[in-house]
Design a protein around this ligand. Structure first.
Ligand code: FES
Length: 162
């Protein structure tokens, strides 16, 4: 069966596509698909919700409705920038928990929180489809692999530069 729409290059969308395909693009699997989306993206952003809506041929309003109704789904965090640290198995064994600890130490934020200046939100995901380059971190839309604490902190500093 061919996919109903083009798959963006971001591997996370591929993971999502495979999930929808496995469910045969059935509309009654929306909640399962959103779960998977949250697992790979860490949160549900507009373009992800739009992608799911197109894939399952559902009105965007319905997808938004479900995503906002269930509090286990989180929509885009409120920081100006988002840092998603993958906590999937491959990344975890390569030290992603240490990255989180060091971010907390330097910026005083835990997963789900935003820095007091509103610049950076920290989120975790469970396997973003980049296990080969673990530990992986996504800065806004940029997926980076083999991250160390110093690389993460330097990148976050760069993001908030005026
Ligand atoms: S476990 Fe982190 S990308 Fe797969």
């Amino acid at each position: 069966m061919s996919t109903p729409h083009a798959v963006p290059a971001d591997k996370r969308f591929r993971v999502l596509e495979v999930t929808m395909k496995r469910h045969q693009y059935r509309q009654d699997t929306l909640i399962e698909v959103l779960h998977k989306a949250q697992e790979v993206f860490g949160y549900l952003e507009d373009d992800v919700l739009a992608y799911v809506a197109r894939g399952l041929k559902l009105p965007l309003s319905r997808v938004y409705g479900v995503a906002t109704f269930y509090h286990l789904f989180s929509l885009k965090p409120k920081g100006k920038h988002t840092c998603v640290v993958c906590l999937g198995t491959a990344c975890y064994v390569k030290g992603s928990q240490q990255l989180l600890d060091d971010i907390d130490h330097a910026l005083h934020i835990k997963p789900g929180e935003t820095t007091a200046d509103g610049e950076i939100s920290l989120v975790t995901a469970r396997c973003i489809g980049a296990c080969g380059i673990a530990p992986a971190v996504v800065y806004d839309d940029e997926v980076c692999g083999k991250q160390s604490s110093s690389m993460v902190l330097a990148k976050l500093q760069e993001l908030v530069k005026p």
